[in-house]
Design a protein around this ligand. Structure first.
Ligand code: 5RP
Length: 293
């Protein structure tokens, strides 16, 4: 006899319907724990599998760089157009409204300023504080080939241990020293080391030659940094070519907040990354949004 609830209605056990076992949409994350996956899904949009991260953590070693003098005025209005904010906990607590909907990627390494040897970083955040701040991921700089290479790798592995314990993914940021050649061979080396040592995703620079080999050799997602300010169309071309070569998004700073129209530029980058627009059409969007301000 079928079970009945208190009102006498039959209960639905659906014994003939196997429970679906979903995979996970993101490269390399299928075997991670629920918390890691849930946080990654707040960074990478499950509808496109990509992310548009807005980076404005530059002050942790550069101070108030151009465009970031007043984050309350320049960055806060951009928040609705970003999937993810990459920033320091100091700025998060002092400037960013807790109602901001975007996922938070916290800068977790630091130490030297631009006046010193940059690779001499240490971990600069207690994971307990990251939990308190509801971080979706933690970012650590890795200086492959740098003066303090081993120390920075140790920062990464320590952070991965903490991240796995608390369910928080780690973003490894490959810092390329001025003396290093920024080519696909170097980027394959640096990004692969980060992934092998447990980073959940990796941020690196785009190079026109062979970038698809960088993404294909890296078993976790790659997002690209924007780098120095370029003309808007060139920055949109870079974002477009990077995703076409297998990057799963961008983590852009100066090419957004140093643009003549930052909100328009961020929306144009979204059109490329999430909407699959050509750089030219995205640039038209940029120009029309900028003109309508
Ligand atoms: C600083 C960083 C920045 O977040 C990164 O460089 C992105 O910013 P930009 O697009 O301006 O290069 O990781 O070390």
């Amino acid at each position: 006899m079928a079970d009945q609830d208190e009102s006498g209605a039959p209960r639905e056990f659906h014994a003939d319907v196997p429970q679906a076992t979903e995979g996970f949409f993101l490269k390399g994350a299928a075997h991670q724990d629920w918390g890691i996956k849930n946080r990654l899904a707040s960074i990478f949009d499950p509808r496109t599998g990509r992310t548009v991260m807005l980076a404005f953590d530059h002050g942790y070693f550069q101070g108030p760089t151009t465009g970031l003098e007043r984050i309350d005025l320049s960055i806060v209005p951009l928040i609705p157009f970003a999937d993810t904010l990459m920033l320091t906990r100091g700025v998060l607590r002092s400037v960013i409204p807790p109602t901001a909907g975007a996922a938070i990627v916290l800068r977790a390494s630091g130490g030297p300023s631009i006046l010193k040897e940059l690779s001499d970083e240490r971990l600069a955040l207690d994971v307990e504080d990251a939990v308190r701040l509801n971080a979706a991921a933690l970012a650590v700089q890795v200086f492959v080939g740098g003066a303090h290479e081993t120390q920075s790798i140790h920062n990464l592995t320590r952070l991965v241990d903490l991240g796995q314990r608390f369910g928080i993914p780690v973003l490894a940021v490959t810092a390329v020293g001025k003396e290093m050649v920024r080519d696909a061979k170097y980027l394959r080396l640096a990004t692969r080391i980060c992934a092998e040592l447990g980073a959940h995703y990796v941020k690196t620079y785009y190079v026109a030659e062979g970038f698809d080999t960088v993404t294909s050799c890296c078993p976790v997602p790659i997002v690209i940094a924007g780098g120095k300010k370029l003309p808007e169309l060139d920055a949109l071309r870079m974002a477009h070519d990077a995703v076409r070569s297998g990057a799963l998004g961008v983590d852009m700073g100066r090419n957004i907040f140093q643009s003549e129209a930052p909100a328009a530029m961020l929306q144009a980058v979204r059109a490329v990354v999430h909407g699959g627009e050509t750089p030219e059409r995205a640039h038209e969007l940029f120009r029309s949004l900028a003109a309508a301000r």
